[in-house]
Each structure stands twice: as structure tokens, then as C-alpha cells.
Design a binder for this molecule. Structure first.
Ligand code: BV8
Ligand code: ZN
Length: 307
């Protein structure tokens, strides 16, 4: 449970803050029924999700990776924005505070919650953008919500159920996290769910090459235009407060923004089910912890202070 003093101190800081940043991760999706990347739900069939979010996986078996992203798209389209999404969207409409959200999530729920588009920076791309894999073609399909994208990718529900029972023993699937600590391991060998030929996958209408999901995979550069927009905000004045919402802080460079704001004197508010005890004991200067579901805490913490 959160230290009761935290809420009062935070709301005083929040009320006085003129420039605020939110850094959002998969934990904000939990209440909308979407899985996080780590922890128990971070699995799809018998793979670690972060093993599939790589160029290697797509090169080895584009059909498998497309099935993974069709499942993610389908889930995101079925999901509804939660109270945490709505609280951030409302803050984005504030006329008295400058606010931007940096989201690592690719599901589109913040946009669907009504978040001001120009204040929403999707640094890992979107499940609903597709782009051509040909180096000589720049075709991008923005905001494509077709479900399924091609007939062959319409994986029948019962097939999904039959597969999901075969979850792996932890040892069977390597995660990119392992790469962080150990020598680079060989790419995990995927067992194809159903063999799909490239011709059955999304093809570029401009040049007929294979299309890929418009997300940033591990080992890939983040969209420079988005990073520039974020830098413009960070460099155009001091950030008084950063809200760190539902993120394990494991993914670079997203995780670097928290230290940047703190190093420049900004306060930090963490919304997570798993928070360091030192934060909860109030031992870190101008750092507050709200332990529990971000979808529950955000509306409370960001509520306009009673006059
Ligand atoms: C780059 C899109 C440089 C795809 C994603 C070794 C080898 C290779 C690379 C690296 C390496 N070491 C470091 C790297 C860099 C790598 C990285 O950081 N890897 C990590 C895993 C170690 N980063 C990159 O590769 C980035 N690019 O660095 O480029 C470069 C330079 C030159 C040339 C080329 C490249 C690109 C990273 C982008 C990866 N793509 N997403 C997709 O979604 O399919 S990241 C992906 O992971 C998601 O976006 C997701 O958001 C993110 C995971 O982070 P979280 O959001 O934090 O989610 P997680 O599950 O981890 O945590 C959930 C949290 O919520 C937990 O804390 C939990 O306690 C909490 N929670 C749970 N329930 C709730 C809750 N909180 C509140 N309420 C709840 N109810
Ligand atoms: Zn093309």
C-alpha cells in the first residue's frame, strides 16, 4: 500500500508543476487485459514475446512473427482504454500545464482514450502501421486496423486454444534479457505454428515486397523524428515531474528519460505493482511510489486538487 503522505506530497508537487512528462510501459495495459512483456504473461504460445520482437525472428519465420502481431492486433482491437489511459488523455488536454506522454506501448489505446495526438510520442511504433521491407521502397500503411490482414493470417480460435496449452518450460526460450547479461546467444529455434508462404502474408501494394509490422524491434533504431520531438520538449524548459507508469525500466533508450529528468531536478512518481521498498519508505528525494494497478492510481493521483 502506498505511504499516505506520498499522495499529499505528490499532489502538492503535481499542482505546482508546469511541465510534466509521462513514461508509459506495458503495465498500463494490464487493466485492459493485454499482457506485459515480462512476468508470467509475457508469453505467446511457446515463445517469449521479446524473442519474437526481433529482426532475426522475422527473417527466420515471417509467417510466425506475423501471426504473433496479428494476435497482438486482435487483442488490442478487442481491448478498451482503462481509467489510467483516460486520466493521461485528460491531462494532455490541460491548458495550464505542458504535458507529453512517451509510450513504449504499441497498442493504440492512449490514442483511442482521446490523448492529444501531438503530445503522444509512440517511441516503439504502432501495431497498426505496416511498412515495406524493400530498401528501395518507402511505402508505409498508417492506421491499418484490418483484422485479419490476409485470409491466411486468420488463425482459427480453436487453433489458438490448442497451442496456448503448450507453454514452455522457462529454459526452452531465450529472452533478449539474457542477451543483456550473457554473451549473445544463438537465435531461438521457433517451431512454426502453421507454415505460411510469403505470398500469404501482407505484401506492399507499391512493389509487392513483404510488409512488416511498423514497430521498433530489439536491436533497431527508434524513429528519429519521434526522438527529436521528445528532445524538443525536454530542451525547451525544465521538466518539473516525470510519471513512470507500468514499466520495468529494462528497455533502453526509453529508460534513460527518468534519470535525465531527475538529474535536472525533476521529481519522480512511480506507478507500478512492483516498487523498490526504499521508494515506498520515502527514502529517495522527491520520489513517490504508488504501488498497485496504475489504472486505479492514476485517476486518484492526477485528480484536480479540491478547491
Ligand atoms: C536500440 C515494440 C540502438 C515491439 C519494443 C543486448 C543485445 C541487443 C540489444 C540490447 C542489449 N542490451 C541492451 C540492448 C538495447 C535494447 C534493450 O534495451 N534491450 C533490453 C531488453 C535489455 N534496446 C533496443 O534494442 C532498442 N533499440 O537500443 O537501438 C541501436 C544503435 C545502433 C544501431 C541499431 C540500434 C529498441 C527497443 C525497442 C524494442 N521494442 N516494443 C513490440 O511491442 O512487439 S519494447 C517492448 O518492451 C514493449 O514496447 C514494452 O513496452 C517493452 C517492455 O518494457 P515495459 O513496457 O517496461 O514492459 P515490462 O513487461 O518489461 O514491464 C511491465 C511493468 O509493469 C513491470 O514493471 C510490472 O511490475 C508493471 N506492472 C504490471 N502490471 C501492472 C504494472 N504496473 C502498474 N499497474 C499494473 N497493473
Ligand atoms: Zn514496397
Amino acid at each position: 500500500m502506498t505511504n499516505p503522505a506520498h499522495l499529499a506530497e505528490f499532489q502538492e508537487c503535481f499542482g505546482a508543476s508546469k511541465r510534466i512528462v509521462a513514461l508509459v510501459g506495458a503495465g498500463l495495459l494490464a487493466s485492459s487485459g493485454l499482457p506485459t512483456f515480462r512476468g508470467t504473461q509475457g508469453l505467446w504460445k511457446n515463445f517469449n514475446m521479446i524473442d519474437l520482437a526481433t529482426p532475426d525472428a522475422f527473417y527466420i519465420d515471417p509467417g510466425l512473427v506475423w501471426q504473433f502481431y496479428l494476435w497482438r492486433r486482435h487483442q488490442a482491437l478487442q481491448a478498451q482504454p482503462n481509467a489510467g489511459h483516460l486520466a493521461l488523455a485528460e491531462l494532455s488536454r490541460s491548458t495550464s500545464k505542458e504535458f507529453v506522454t512517451i509510450t513504449q506501448n504499441v497498442d493504440g489505446l492512449l490514442g483511442r482514450a482521446g490523448h492529444e495526438r501531438e503530445k503522444l510520442h509512440e517511441i516503439h511504433g504502432s501495431l497498426f502501421d505496416l511498412r515495406c521491407t524493400s530498401f528501395t521502397c518507402t511505402y508505409v500503411d498508417h492506421g491499418n486496423e484490418d483484422d485479419p490482414l490476409t485470409p491466411a493470417l486468420d488463425v482459427p480460435e480453436e487453433y489458438e486454444k490448442s497451442q496456448s496449452s503448450s507453454l514452455p518450460k522457462e529454459s526452452e526460450s531465450l529472452s533478449v534479457m539474457d542477451l543483456g547479461q550473457n554473451v549473445v546467444a544463438p537465435s531461438p529455434q521457433f517451431t512454426a505454428i502453421q507454415e505460411l508462404s510469403v505470398s500469404e502474408l501482407p505484401l506492399c501494394p507499391a512493389c509487392q515486397s513483404l510488409m512488416r509490422p511498423g514497430v521498433v524491434w530489439f536491436g533497431e533504431l527508434l524513429p528519429l523524428r519521434v526522438l527529436d520531438e521528445i528532445d524538443d520538449f525536454l530542451e525547451s524548459g525544465p521538466v518539473d515531474l516525470i510519471l513512470v507508469i507500468g514499466t520495468s525500466g529494462t528497455v533502453y533508450p526509453a529508460n534513460a528519460y527518468v534519470d535525465l529528468v531527475r538529474s535536472r531536478g525533476g521529481a519522480v512518481a512511480i506507478f507500478n505493482t512492483d516498487i523498490e521498498p526504499a521508494v515506498m519508505r520515502g527514502e529517495l528525494e522527491r520520489t513517490w511510489g504508488f504501488q498497485g494497478d496504475a489504472a486505479e492510481w492514476l485517476p486518484v493521483a492526477l485528480a484536480e486538487p479540491k478547491k
